[in-house]
Design a protein around this ligand. Sequence first.
Ligand code: XCC
Ligand code: SF4
Length: 657
Amino acid sequence: MENDIKKKEIKPLDLQKTTICEATAQMLKKAEKDGVETAFHRAAAMKACPIGADSACCKHCSMGPCRLSSKDPYGKVGVCGATIDTIQARNFARMVASGAAAHTDHGMSMLELFREVVNGHIKDYSIKDPTKLKKVASILGIEVKDREIKDIAMDFYRELERTYTQVEGEIPFAKRVPEKTLETWRKHGVVPRGAMREIMELMHRTHIGVDQHYENITQQCTRTALSDGWGGSMVATEISDILFGTPTAIRGDVNMGCLKEKEVNIVIHGHEPNLFESVLASVGDPDFLQSAKDAGAEGINLVGMCCSGSEMLSRHGIPHVGNFMSTETIMVTGAVDAMGVDVQCIKQGLAQVANCYGTRLFTTNPRCRIEGVEHIAFIEHEPRKCTDAIVKNAIERFKNRKLPIEIPKIINSGIHGFSMEYVNYMLGGTFRGSYKPLNENIINGRIRGVAGVVGCTNPRVKQDWVHVELVKELIRNDVLVLQTGCSQIALAKAGLYTPEAASLAGPGLSEVCETVGMPPVLGLGSCVDNSRILTAASEMVHTGGLGESLADLPIAGAAPEWMSEKAISIGHYFVASGVYTVFGVTFPIIEGTKFHQLLFDGLENMGFGKWGFTPNPYEMARMMIAHIDKKRKSLGIDKARERTLMDMTDRQKLEAA
Ligand code: XCC
Ligand code: SF4
């Protein structure tokens, strides 16, 4: 099967406009020379459908599909009479339903794994962080004192199962939500029940002829998004920490230079940490190391990509070779001997690229198969069956490498692994661990506010550029940045994950960074780990001095190069939690419509956060900072900042003198 694909004539890309990732650019050039097409090339050749981009069409029944006009949104209705607001709200809600389903299904898999570990049916994993188990269990009201870990864990499992299955009442992690925020949710009837129920109801309500009031659709859409953020995603993060360890600051390398020409290279790509953990175990097997050596390799090099890669980078410092828009080009190096994938953000295009370079590509999860790609089922009760096979195949491919290899020689070292718990420790020490120093530095104005910059990369914009420019602008203005997912990798490649990057920050933030010894940008892990931002923000409210609800905090969020439905679900649960959230690229709603008005303004008046949009990173930073300043003013801490910064310039002048 290998190399039987006819070389294609590839129309060369304008690389200046395509990416700022030098390694990706180098590999795109090579791909063009090799006649291999990537998603960048397909995006250039295929204009995005303008009607879909504005969400001006509906295909929810076969009286349609119906096409309205974004130029004149109220000029027409669908065959059933659906207005533009109904159509847009339904489309948007279904994106949330799909994104929430992805995160919650992932979380549920983690929870099932946990149950099987606790009851002893799975022996390859164990509880690595019993302290965290006890801490989170007691937040949920589970008795932990003088009890066996196993008993606590079983109660914990039963409680968390409600995140999915609960028919009535509030999901368990509602207990973590600051009271005033929860009050707002209750008032508007959006405290989630189990995710299964919420997603089911949302799919029902968006069917033809059911919910045809955009405000009412938005209510259920909000409830569903919250069942993701404070439900499925949070469960995924907490269970992964308990099973595999809570991240603490760790040095890690990022970029394609982490591939090693003389070693067997194995890339794991996807979202669930269990596959990756087991490959790690396989790779550590001395028998495999021996057979790799027998094959002429110097060793076995395991690296990550996308989100499970970010998790492994955070937990174990495992090298990360690239974010979503680099997943194909990484194989263009010719150095990837095997790639194992599980779920989410796995481009079907990988199959073709793997074929061209002879990379052994394997799907492993029953939910995600690709036509023409070999499937090796990953079964948690005997995980090594699958992961050993991946390693064996990788060694085999190494032995039979035929094509020349070209690895971009770029590696960016940095510090990752900033879990909510670690930030607590970093700021306050083991015994006095607390968010107080963070709050104090916000109140006194050294730190202006906190921004979450997260999300995908997208071939419709210059890869990494919007992320990097936005984050630089934010830290320059003393805004501390928290990151996850592909955005974290973009900034790591730009060199911002080093303590030295503090020199790019404004005077207040850089002073804090230097005192604590932290970078101005903190990486939290994968996209489900956005839940860490929610728990950190809640901790800020509980610590005091910055208002009573999440909506009072001087914080903002952004996904400047988003592309997935998961990103929309994340964006909406941040908005629902009280955060101003700005997206880039395009926004699938027509400006000036009532539904647009609700998302971008109305929700804030109801006590939630609100949506914002701009493709321009500088404008995005300006919007986020203006919001942070607005919140500082309402908190009455706007003057403090002017004073502190004046103090500091005085001091700097003194020091210089
Ligand atoms: Fe996917 Fe999670 Fe987006 Fe990256 S950031 S492209 S969703 S891998 Ni989450
Ligand atoms: Fe058209 Fe209404 Fe059917 Fe949508 S649900 S396709 S708007 S007729």
